[in-house]
Design a protein around this ligand. Structure first.
Ligand code: CP3
Length: 369
């Protein structure tokens, strides 16, 4: 496992895109002039880029139509359907990026773990992983199993033209917590207890997850994604000390495994205001910020050197146009202190969001000076 300093040495260089296939959108130039990539690289494009976490999904009637009768993970593993769903929010809202329709637990399923996504609940694991023997029995991921993901990412990138596709994966802590808890959890008590009761088993589990999730991420980038995001959604449950000791080295390993590809790496978590510098130092080029910390404050905590993504409070999507647009203008003003800013929500689009509110928000952001 590399140390954090080894990771920063391996950070992206200008020629790193040479590691991508010659037909890749960043290699042949289709996405290299995009506003998203410019902002992720720390410059200020003419129009401020915006996309939304969970922009594909239940808020869109066209999504509900094509998903009817198909399970969530089955939809993720059907390339034509995943491609169509990924493109829907780009067509409807005019956002500046697509994010591949998939899920953080997809690589677990592809490795052979019994995991379902239960509507309204989230991922549920048939047999939780809690002991050294459970971890030793975890199967390796056969790279050939990633074929449906590669197909979906390649077809989507081809259909998107100059709009970049973002690839993503779950970070080791967030994914391991589903395996240990067996399903969604508020406090992640079993997972955090395991770190301290049996650190060796914890590290073995986190290493297995890091392997599987980084293979999933790398496959998406090689197939056509021009940027990537590592979701450590639940890392906000951790103290800085536990994050640094038990989690950061594994997330750093994932980010290092895609460093040679030269695409911007975004790192995001919820309630992670205390962890921002440590998450950045794990090897992120851009930090995703939730709604709890103003972007000007986040920028100061990060020393003013890291482009930011975020952080419109999703609650404001339900507060009327006037309040929403005033809030978005404030987010943009605070974001202007950072070296680059990609507008997003502080977390995912709630399923009951009125899609017209999102379309108008994109127009508003694009119209801001
Ligand atoms: O548009 C996008 O952002 C791309 C698609 C995407 C999904 N999941 C699709 C999805 C992404 C990036 C994810 C990542 C994901 N999945 C995360 C990290 C992001 C975050 O929100 O913090 C996490 C923690 C998961 C695990 C997960 N999967 C949860 C908690 C849920 C919600 C369960 C529910 O029904 O409320 C899912 C299911 C899921 N993933 C849905 C979608 C569109 C909803 C299922 C459906 O439409 O049937």
């Amino acid at each position: 496992m590399p140390t954090t300093s080894a990771v920063s040495e391996a950070s992206t260089s200008a020629s790193a895109v040479d590691a991508l296939p010659s037909s890749h959108p960043l290699r042949d130039g289709r996405t290299s002039g995009s506003a998203l990539l410019a902002a992720y690289r720390g410059s200020r494009p003419e129009v401020r880029p915006v996309w939304f976490m969970r922009q594909a999904g239940r808020s869109l009637p066209e999504y509900r139509r094509v998903r009817a009768g198909t399970g969530m993970l089955e939809a993720c593993l059907t390339p034509d359907l995943a491609t169509e769903i990924t493109l829907q929010p780009v067509r409807r809202h005019g956002v500046d990026a697509a994010i591949l329709f998939s899920d953080i637990v997809v690589p677990l399923r592809l490795a052979g773990i019994g995991v379902q996504i239960v509507a309204g609940t989230g991922p549920v694991v048939d047999r939780p992983v809690r002991s050294a023997a459970d971890v030793a029995a975890l199967p390796p991921l056969d790279p050939a199993a990633l074929a449906p993901i590669t197909r979906a990412a390649a077809d989507t990138a081809a259909a998107l033209g100059s709009t970049p596709l973002i690839g993503f994966a779950g970070a080791p802590f967030t994914l391991a917590s589903y395996l240990v808890e067996g399903g969604p959890s508020r406090e992640h008590l079993r997972t955090r207890a395991l770190m301290h009761s049996d650190p060796q088993t914890w590290h073995a589990l986190a290493s297995w997850v890091a392997d599987v999730t980084s293979a999933f991420l790398r496959a998406q980038v090689l197939a056509g994604a021009s940027a990537l995001q590592l979701f450590d959604s639940w890392a906000g449950a951790l103290s800085l000390a536990d994050y640094t000791t038990f989690v950061a080295p594994h997330s750093a390993w994932v980010l290092a495994r895609v460093a040679d590809l030269g695409v911007p790496r975004v790192h995001f978590g919820v309630g992670t205001g205390e962890l921002l510098a440590s998450m950045r130092d794990a090897g992120a080029d851009v930090m995703g910020i939730d709604h709890r910390v103003g972007l000007d404050v986040a920028n100061a905590r990060l020393g003013g050197t890291t482009p930011l993504q975020g952080n419109i409070d999703a609650a404001l999507l339900f507060a009327g146009t006037k309040a929403l647009h005033a809030h978005a203008a404030d987010v943009i003003r605070r974001g202007s202190t950072a070296p680059g800013h990609v507008v997003n929500l502080g977390h995912g689009v709630p399923p009951d969001t009125d899609p017209d509110v999102l379309t108008e928000l994109v127009e508003f952001v694009h119209g801001c000076p």
